[in-house]
Design a protein around this ligand. Structure first.
Ligand code: SAH
Ligand code: SF4
Ligand code: F3S
Length: 441
């Protein structure tokens, strides 16, 4: 038997790309490939790319340039570009970087083995279709290998919201939900392989409406069905849109013990004028009311968000409204970005904010967020929370895991191992993590 060929995958961007990279590795497994961590020994290199901001997209080209030496040494090496840059730029990638043999968009990963055969035969391969067949039907996971305690599971893909700044509706296509039975089957399989926590993924995961028994299921209904799986201890989901947070999902946060008290709910701006120009279809006040209702269902829920500063035409007063909203919410975690002009999106055509102004606003916003994150983390001291241990820490006998609220927690001398879930009393709050002691395993 021939020695297996080696595949090196580098993943950029969001968690869905992480999930997709796993699926691509599995699809390529059926074409005789095993994964390697070392690009120098690879027979094929795949970059799974992100197009969300200009910097992310440019990174791909500089990374590709670095593979020239490898390809000179090993002419049989094949180089592929997958993900959102592949979808957005298509054949342009091969024109700009002739090293590239293969370009595959996110909806065509199930066709990778055929495309691999094509590039082996010396041709270039390009597929950025939005095919009618469901890629997940053919991209079957291998149910044998053991896994770590946490896993992602894509339940919904694509976006119909068309926020004025965002490329995702173009790179991932229209919103599609996977049938509930498929999701449940994949979840059971993951649990049999050692997974105890599943994060459900979707660009608009709370818009989930997959076919199920008795008609379309909402995300809440799916979560309740998942919570019946023995051995699955924790359920999370990301990313949600404020307008799709329905009553059942809010209620599940109060009633479903396996649904973790953490919600990533991006708002982007606190100014109604900017929200309107962003095409977000909600107001700052509407968002604050929603947070109130979610906190009424689950008072200790940790809220996380995304913010864009320097969106076209953002004034100092608009920015101040964002800071006010942040003050009012009290975020436990937040991701913030300078607006990045994306060709083809409506906001790209609007009057832009100067780079120096964006930088200065980002700096102020991040200082506020950092203070809030620390404050929220401090409130954990003295509380007892669940922790799922994911890896040994740097100190002897130390284990590191994530709390229910997604804080990193370290515990020393517990005798517990990877995949163990314990009740932990939080005794200290450090710069990047919490320290705790085991109360009950
Ligand atoms: N589907 C998710 C996430 C989309 S991308 C959602 O609706 O929230 C993740 C984050 O990137 C966004 O929430 C937004 O804050 C940021 N982002 C998207 N496009 C951007 C752009 N053109 N410039 C800067 N940040 C952007
Ligand atoms: Fe992009 Fe808006 Fe869709 Fe999120 S909801 S993926 S920010 S268009
Ligand atoms: Fe990036 Fe595509 Fe995800 S643009 S954030 S990899 S959906």
């Amino acid at each position: 038997m021939a020695a297996p060929k080696k595949l090196y995958i580098k993943t950029y961007g969001c968690q869905m790309n992480v999930y997709d990279s796993e699926r691509m590795a599995e699809a390529m497994g059926s074409a005789g490939y095993v994964e390697t961590e070392d690009p120098a020994e690879a027979d094929m290199i795949l970059l799974n790319t992100c197009h969300i901001r200009e910097k992310a997209a440019e990174k791909v080209y500089s990374e590709l340039g670095r593979f020239r030496a490898l390809k000179d040494e090993k002419p049989d090496l094949k180089i592929g570009v997958a993900g959102c840059v592949a979808q957005a730029e298509g054949a342009e990638i091969m024109r700009r970087q002739p090293l590239v043999d293969l370009v595959v968009g996110p909806q065509s990963y199930h066709r990778l083995p055929q495309m691999e055969a094509q590039v082996r035969a010396g041709q270039k391969a390009l597929d950025t279709d939005f095919p009618l067949e469901d890629k997940f039907d053919t991209l079957r996971h291998r149910p044998k290998a053991r896994r770590g305690p946490t896993a992602f599971l894509t339940v919904q893909e694509g976006c119909d919201k068309f926020c004025a700044f965002c490329v995702v509706p173009y790179t991932r296509g229209a919103e599609v939900s996977r049938p509930a039975a498929r999701v449940l089957e994949e979840a059971r399989d993951l649990v049999e392989r050692g997974v105890r926590e599943i994060t459900l993924l979707g660009q608009n995961v709370n818009a989930y409406h997959g076919a199920g028994a008795g008609g379309d299921w909402s995300l809440a209904r799916l979560i309740w069905a998942l919570s019946d799986i023995d051995g699955l201890e924790r359920i999370r989901f990301t990313t949600s849109h404020p307008n799709d947070m329905d009553d059942d999902l809010i209620a599940a946060h109060g009633a479903c013990a396996k649904l973790m008290p953490y919600l990533h709910l991006p708002v982007q701006s606190g100014s109604d004028r900017i929200l309107k120009r962003m095409n977000r279809k909600h107001t700052a006040e509407g968002y604050l009311r929603l947070i109130e209702r979610i906190r009424a269902a689950r008072p200790d829920i940790l809220i996380s968000g995304d913010f864009i500063v320097g969106f076209p035409e953002e004034t100092e007063a608009d920015f101040q409204a964002t800071l006010d909203l942040i003050e009012a919410v009290g975020y436990g975690q937040a991701f913030s970005f300078k607006y990045s002009t994306r060709p083809g999106t409506p906001a790209a055509e609007r009057p832009q904010v100067a780079e120096a102004v964006k930088s200065e606003r980002l700096h102020r916003l991040q200082a506020l967020i950092t203070r809030q994150q620390r404050a929220v983390q401090e409130t954990m001291v003295g509380r007892t929370v669940g922790v799922l241990f994911e890896r040994p820490g740097r100190m002897p006998g130390q284990m590191v895991g994530k709390s229910d609220h997604l804080h990193a927690v370290h515990v020393t001398g517990s005798g517990l191992g990877v995949g163990d879930l314990a009740r932990v009393e939080i005794v200290e709050s450090g710069p990047n993590s919490l320290g705790g002691r085991i109360v009950a395993a």
